[in-house]
Design a protein around this ligand. Structure first.
Ligand code: SF4
Length: 399
């Protein structure tokens, strides 16, 4: 069974700030990111300030709302000088209400990290760092186009601790062409040896349908120039990571995320449990529930940094798309996301909340439990490890 938690403390409302600039463009990356010789750090902070005002003008109820998490993602936000990060946090504090124990995360790249900079973030109000290690293996890092090496990643981790961060997460990738199971195991062992509070490990995705844009590695894959490890091998890698992390005392609280007790990501938990999030910055995606009813609105900003800047500077919302999600669509998301979590989902209550009929799903639940793919813990349905391996198929059957 994936490690049970009695509850998952998720932020109900968070703010995501996207910083799109990077030192180089990795060939597998489909995040809204861009390489800039001269990063317009002050101009970008000013744009975030303007967008915040525009968002509040469009939805006045946002003003003063309690914010339980703030997340600076990218891109490479650790290229943003701490003075600008502080300015953005001060703006958020002035216009919203960041609760005293809010989780405030910044993503850092090992190639753009040092103790002094980290201390600046700490002083600005960041209380959690998420470092994109991806791997310690030279071949894997080279294939992924990453400019750091394993020693730099370890130094970045040490710098985070030296700067006073008591909540540090490390991110890893497996299922990379050429990567072996032993290398994945070595990465996992080295990661746990560092003693991070939180580890995430995702399989490399180059599936064109799930990418926001075409990336060089996906093109090479389509041309047959590279091949991904077979699915069974990727699954074996996932199980290996799981076993190593668990043996180190980390809880698998989400299919791809592991944490020491109480150190799960409250921000990401908001995404997984239907929480709301205001998103600011290039390519950022936000979600706000409708004031009444069970639907919600998801919006996405322009993915071009320049277009984003120009639009905001003209006092216009930088929106690329707005999607109104129906109760049915939100129900499907809640089922799929809820089943990724070790707290599982109260399916009957979720059906009631979204006006769905539980009866036809009861038989599916029974079959899952009988087949050892799920367990029923009181009202909550939780996937076992075997169930987690086929999460997508199970979600589809319950939607
Ligand atoms: S550092 Fe991250 S955001 Fe930047 S190009 Fe590489 S994968 Fe993309």
């Amino acid at each position: 069974m994936i490690d049970p938690l009695t509850s998952l403390d998720a932020a109900r409302f968070g703010v995501y700030v996207h910083f799109p600039y990077c030192l180089s463009k990795c060939p597998y990356c489909d995040f809204a990111s861009i390489v800039a010789r001269q990063i317009p750090e002050a101009r970008y902070a000013e744009a975030i300030a303007r967008e915040l005002e525009l968002r509040i003008a469009a939805v006045p109820s946002l003003a003063g709302r309690a914010v339980e998490s703030v997340y600076f993602g990218g891109g490479t936000p650790s290229l943003w000088d701490p003075t600008h990060v502080r300015r953005v946090l001060d703006l958020l504090r002035a216009r919203l209400w960041i609760v005293p124990d809010a989780e405030v995360t910044l993503e850092a790249n090992p190639g753009a990290a040092d103790a002094e900079r980290f201390a600046g973030y700490r002083a600005a109000g960041i209380n959690r760092l998420s470092i994109g290690v991806q791997s310690f293996q030279p071949a894997t890092l080279a294939f992924l186009g990453r400019s750091h090496d394993g020693a730099m990643a370890e130094r970045a981790y040490a710098a985070a601790r030296a700067a006073g961060f008591d909540n540090v997460s490390l991110d890893f990738i497996y299922g990379v062409p050429g990567q072996t199971l032993d290398q994945v195991r070595e990465d996992a062992v080295r990661a746990t040896g560092l003693g991070a509070d939180h580890l995430s490990a995702y399989a490399l995705t180059l599936d064109r349908e799930s990418l926001a844009e075409e990336v060089p590695l996906a093109r090479r894959l389509a041309r047959g120039e590279v091949t991904l490890p077979p699915d069974e091998e990727v699954l074996q890698m996932q199980r290996t990571v799981r076993d190593v992390y668990r043996a180190a005392g980390l809880l698998r609280y989400e299919i791809s995320n592991y944490a020491r007790p109480g150190r799960h990501s409250r921000h990401n938990a908001a995404y997984w449990t239907g929480g709301e999030y205001l998103a600011l910055g290039t390519g950022a995606t936000g979600f706000i529930l409708e004031p009444e009813g069970t639907g919600g609105v998801r919006y996405a900003n322009h993915r071009s940094a320049e277009r984003y800047l120009v639009q905001v500077e003209q006092d216009s919302l930088p929106v690329a798309s707005v999607e109104t999600l129906t109760a049915r669509e939100l129900f499907s998301e809640r089922v799929a996301m809820g089943l990724r979590l070790s707290t599982g989902i109260d399916l009957q209550a979720t059906c009631r909340a979204f006006g769905e009929d539980y009866a036809p799903r009861a038989k599916v639940v029974e079959a899952l439990v009988t087949g050892g793919l799920a367990v029923q813990d009181g009202p909550r349905l939780l996937l076992t490890d075997r169930g987690a391996d086929v999460h997508s198929a199970i979600s589809a059957r319950l939607m």
